[in-house]
Design a protein around this ligand. Structure first.
Ligand SMILES: [Fe+2]
Length: 219
């Protein structure tokens, strides 16, 4: 099935879609590319302090709008949880985990400043999630320039699965990220691909990429 585990298409609650009109544009693009089911994964970070209560109304609004416009796209609800002291301990304490496809938890690291994790050690957090019977999903490791191959292999040994971005393959984040994702792909380290769709610029880049013979990797 053509699934997207990673998207920021809910209206106005993180750095993704700014309003409902924008959300509909992004959702229709996903549908046009061929996705059948898309999980909405708004950020829960120090900057975007979402909770299930802030996410759910935005999700229901988009679901209703898609139904009114007869866009046949199955959307689901989750979040992208960043391992930072401002939000991650609260996520665990308040039981805010919303598994993707009933099993995956999207656990991101800071993009460029690992110091933002403070005393949080990713391996320990991955183990906690595994102990709950869930699978930690590491989004876009190709974008964490500080993350070494050995560290990534240790994560994978702990049961972490890797989700890379179609946009990384398409050059959306520059040539170094493209080089890194191609290395991961050649080594067979990537388990899943996602769009991480945020805005109309992503739509333009990915439309060109999917339009030039590249296809969705089915789950
Ligand atoms: Fe994301």
């Amino acid at each position: 099935m053509k699934l997207d585990f990673h998207s920021h298409i809910l209206p106005g609650i993180d750095d993704g879609a700014v309003d409902l009109n924008d959300s509909l544009t992004l959702a229709k693009a996903l549908k046009n590319w061929g996705f059948e089911r898309v999980t909405c994964t708004p950020h829960i970070t120090a900057l975007h302090r979402n909770t299930p209560e802030t996410i759910r109304p935005a999700f229901e609004m988009l679901q209703e709008a898609l139904s009114q416009e007869s866009v046949d796209l199955d959307i689901r609800l989750s979040a992208e949880y960043r391992l930072v002291p401002e939000t991650w301990p609260t996520v665990l304490k308040e039981n805010w985990l919303m598994p993707i496809e009933d099993k995956y938890i999207l656990m991101e690291l800071p993009i460029s400043k690992p110091g933002e994790m403070g005393h949080i050690r990713p391996i320990e957090e991955f183990r906690k999630v595994r102990a709950m019977g869930l699978i930690p999903l590491l989004p876009h490791p190709e974008r964490y320039f500080y993350l070494t191959r050995d560290e990534l292999l240790r994560f994978i040994d702990e049961g972490v699965e890797v989700q890379s971005n179609y946009g990384s393959l398409a050059g959306l984040y520059g040539e170094e990220v493209r080089w890194r994702v191609n290395n991961l792909r050649e080594e067979g380290l990537i388990s899943h691909y996602g769009t991480d769709l945020h805005n109309r610029h992503y739509v333009a880049v990915l439309s060109e990429w999917f339009g030039s013979g590249n296809t969705i990797v089915e789950e």
